[in-house]
Design a protein around this ligand. Structure first.
Ligand code: NAD
Length: 248
């Protein structure tokens, strides 16, 4: 139980990696605010936590709105009197694999993946600082480290999240540690559609030396470590959780 006493916000907690992370942090003793646009499914995550004996509640939050992110932090602090941990998992994948996405699609991806990560982090910062040992863990991607098969908008958003992570780690130290994970292809609703395409699937499997795609729980395990005091001397890292994809 190495998250005992922690108070966490997990964005994107309705689905995939965010959901698995909320469940894992709670299983390790954290109180978890399950935040998502899709509030009904976020409520399901919170309910699963409480049924398992943990403490959680859900909030309908759009991370693209700075004022809404501030409200999110205020609601958590009003309920639990503090905030120690933020996991930014809310994200969108690009529509298709267009090499030249039009401006609206470009902006849609950047708005959630980059702006949303910054806004939630900025809103959380004062309370994380107050806690004395705050941590933020962001979701970048292998496509924040290398180019790939998705879209320029996604790669740009994730590359920006990886470097935003380093910058926040430098400027928000020592009170807050900031890290990111860079997952390979993970079996979540986000990748369901491309994984059905045999050409894409095989191309991707060949690039994952472990010969399979990852499970959301495997990313959650890495996030748990980075968010916990076990990683107390770790900040500013971009940790691949990618079955070896970026080793090539
Ligand atoms: N699945 C993968 O292969 C993979 C790989 C690398 C990185 N990632 C990243 O991990 C994160 C989680 O991905 P996932 O696979 O769990 O995706 P997912 O689609 O299963 O879950 C994403 C969640 O984010 C929520 N969301 C979207 N826009 C939002 C907004 N504006 N405000 C609040 N919530 C919003 C969605 O409602 C959804 O519940 C994303 O940032 C994604 O880019 C995923």
């Amino acid at each position: 139980m190495n998250m005992q006493g922690k108070i966490a916000i997990v964005t994107g907690a309705a689905s995939g990696i965010g959901r698995a992370t909320a469940l894992r942090l709670a299983a390790e003793g954290a109180r978890v605010a399950c935040v998502d646009l899709a509030v009904e499914r976020a409520e399901e995550t919170a309910k699963a936590i409480t049924i398992a004996g943990g403490e959680a509640f859900a909030l309908a939050i759009d991370v693209r709105d700075m004022a809404v992110c501030e409200r999110m932090v205020a609601e958590v602090v009003a309920r639990w009197r503090g905030l120690t941990t933020l996991v930014n998992s809310a994200g969108v994948r690009p529509e298709g694999r267009d090499a030249t996405p039009p401006p609206a699609e470009w902006q849609r991806v950047l708005d959630v993946n980059l702006d949303g990560t910054y806004y939630a982090s900025r809103a959380a910062l004062p309370k994380l600082k107050e806690s004395g040992a705050g941590s933020i863990t962001n979701l970048a991607s292998i496509y924040g480290l290398v180019g790939g098969s998705l879209s320029p908008a996604y790669a740009a958003s994730k590359g920006a999240v990886a470097n935003l992570t380093r910058q926040m780690a430098l400027q928000w130290a020592p009170a807050v540690r900031v890290n990111c994970v860079c997952p390979g292809v993970i079996e979540t609703p986000m990748t369901e559609e491309p994984r059905r395409d045999p050409t894409w699937r095989n191309w991707q499997l060949e690039r994952h030396p472990l010969g399979r795609f990852g499970k959301p729980e495997e990313v959650a395990a890495a996030i748990l470590w980075l968010a916990s005091d076990d990683a107390s001397f770790v900040t500013g890292v971009a940790l691949p959780v990618d079955g070896g994809y970026t080793a090539a």
